[in-house]
Design a protein around this ligand. Structure first.
Ligand code: ADP
Ligand code: GLC
Length: 512
């Protein structure tokens, strides 16, 4: 066992309290696994209105304080939530509220205003404040942290503040900082006036500095410059983001320069929440040795979709409806998709254009296409359990969780060979009977349809299909393996700090 550490995560989402996408699942499952491994784990998140307190958790008020905000101050309020017994270590959540008039987090949406579907106009200020206040709140807990671990651009400033404004606070004395990239398609790029709010003068704003990005400020870039070690959520994505703008979205050069400090660590999944043998959302339970339960789940899914009960395979999708997820391919291939002997069930919300296209398709072909525009956790489980195939035609995919849920549920993934999808799904070969799904390389509607066609051909051969399902169900995506890799990453970051190589303002200035 490695050293027991005091770990502070800073993140914009955390399952099961507040979730928009996989970030929440990842931070929730990793922090829980770390607590089980004996670490003392605290996760700071914004106090969104929609946060749900899971049963058994205890709540403590930590009071209010003022945090620096440009030339002035803004009031923050904190609350600690303690998880019930996690095993060897501890897990608690620090909720960071904004007590000022503008109520940065006490709103109906997380990142976007649900009435317009657009990001809140003050997101730069919301998450800058979150980072500044999160450190203040963590300091109030009276602990000395060994690791400060920021996730994505919403949390990026935390690693900068710990080495600049807060460097002299005992809570951060000797801390090692880590930044995990979950998605480079979202970097938090804003006009340069936000720098003053962050407490920095224009002298740090010059071309190619950590604080400058094409005349603006890029939150992700700040985090990538200041964190002692970097990681992303799959080995494949770690390679892709250094090599081309297609995946690096302009930060590929910054990342390539930090190649030696960047690790790709595949996400695990929460194998308790996603377990077909115990899943409370399923009308029947099953496992690899007793696959008949899956037929009952499938029948329930067909009923829920209004589909007739027959052997035509059901293709499921559960996804944010955004460009990243490949919905352009679905739109372009819709005629071909309907020619396949398959039915489609899609769950998700997002870009209005994709939602309208799916609504129209479902309205025109109700017996073939079912679309549910909602965030619906139980239905997501029913699709994972009841579908035959699961489609993820992503343009890029840092890790992706649903393909792993699918494998565990005996639902065969058909995925584009990119990032974490290529790392977790392997092509099934009928002769060797090896492989867990079907992949296509190019972002091309014809290639996607061809992969579905290969899948449907195997579906028609029940014996091969069961072999394929069992291959997927035998894979191990539990967090225990990945949590060990995070321990290693933390050890590397701590070793750097111990050698006097912490990413201070001085070092960042020299190296970015
Ligand atoms: P991303 O984080 O890019 O959205 P991931 O595959 O990592 O992609 O994670 C998505 C997570 O969000 C999965 O747990 C998926 O089941 C869930 N999810 C996405 N859309 C919905 C929805 N409409 N209802 C329920 N769960 C959803
Ligand atoms: C991001 C990525 C997704 C990944 C998730 C959790 O939202 O889009 O691929 O699985 O983060 O790390």
């Amino acid at each position: 066992m490695t050293a027991v550490l005091a770990v502070a995560h800073v993140a914009g989402e955390l399952a099961p309290l507040v979730k928009v996408g996989g970030l929440a699942d990842m931070v929730g499952a990793l922090s829980l696994e770390q607590a089980r491994r004996g670490h003392r784990v605290t996760v700071a998140i914004p106090a969104y209105r929609s946060t749900e307190l899971p049963s058994g958790w205890r709540r403590h008020d930590l009071g209010e304080t003022e945090v620096a905000w440009g030339m002035g101050k803004e009031p923050a309020r904190f609350e600690a939530l303690e998880a019930p017994g996690t095993g060897a270590g501890t897990l608690r959540v620090l909720r960071v509220a904004h007590a000022g008039d503008r109520r940065f987090f006490d709103r109906p949406g997380v990142y976007d205003d649900p009435t317009t579907g657009e990001g809140y106009a003050d997101n730069a200020e919301r998450f800058l404040f979150f980072c500044r206040a999160a450190l203040a709140g963590l300091e109030r807990l009276g602990e000395r942290f060994d690791i400060l671990h920021a996730h994505d651009h919403q949390a990026a400033w935390a690693v900068c503040f710990a080495r600049t404004h807060e460097a002299d606070d005992p809570a951060w004395d000797g801390v090692a900082t880590v930044m995990t990239i979950h998605n480079l398609g979202y970097q938090g790029i804003y006009d340069s006036w936000v720098l003053a709010l962050a407490g920095f003068g224009s002298e740090v704003f010059y071309p190619a500095s950590a604080f400058e990005y094409w005349g603006r400020v890029n939150f992700m870039k700040v985090g990538l410059a200041f964190a002692d070690m970097l990681s992303t959520v799959s080995p494949g994505y770690a390679r892709e983001i250094q090599t081309s703008g297609e995946f690096g979205f302009g930060l590929e050069g910054v990342l390539a320069r930090r190649e030696r400090d960047l690790r790709g660590i595949l996400n695990g999944i929460d194998v308790e929440v996603w377990n077909p043998a115990t899943d409370p959302h399923l009308p029947a339970r099953y496992d690899a040795a007793h696959l008949d339960g899956k037929a009952a789940v499938r029948a329930a899914l067909l009923r829920a979709c209004g589909f007739p009960e027959n052997a035509v395979p059901v293709v499921g999708m559960v996804s944010r409806l955004v460009e990243q997820k490949g919905f352009d391919l679905i739109e372009q291939a819709r005629v071909e998709l309907l020619k396949l002997e398959a039915r489609y069930v899609v769950l998700g919300t997002g870009t209005p254009r994709y939602m309208e296209a799916l609504r129209a398709l479902a309205a025109a072909h109700p017996e073939r296409v079912h679309y549910r525009a909602a965030h619906d956790e139980p239905f997501a489980h029913l699709i994972e359990g009841g579908a035959d195939l699961f489609l993820m035609p992503s343009r890029y995919e840092p890790c992706g969780l649903n393909q792993m849920y699918s494998l565990r549920y005996g639902t065969v993934p058909v995925v584009r060979a990119t990032g974490g999808l290529a790392d977790t799904v392997s092509e099934f070969h009928p002769l060797t009977r090896k492989g867990t799904g079907f992949l296509f390389q190019r972002f091309d509607p014809g290639d996607m349809v061809a992969a579905l066609r290969r899948a449907i051909a195997i579906y028609r051969q029940p014996e091969l299909w069961r072999a394929l399902q069992r291959n997927g169900m035998a894979e191990d995506f539990s967090w225990s393996r990945s949590a060990v890799e995070y321990d290693r990453l933390y050890a590397e970051a701590r070793a750097k700090v111990a050698r006097g190589e912490a990413r201070t303002m001085e070092r960042v200035r020299q190296s970015v």
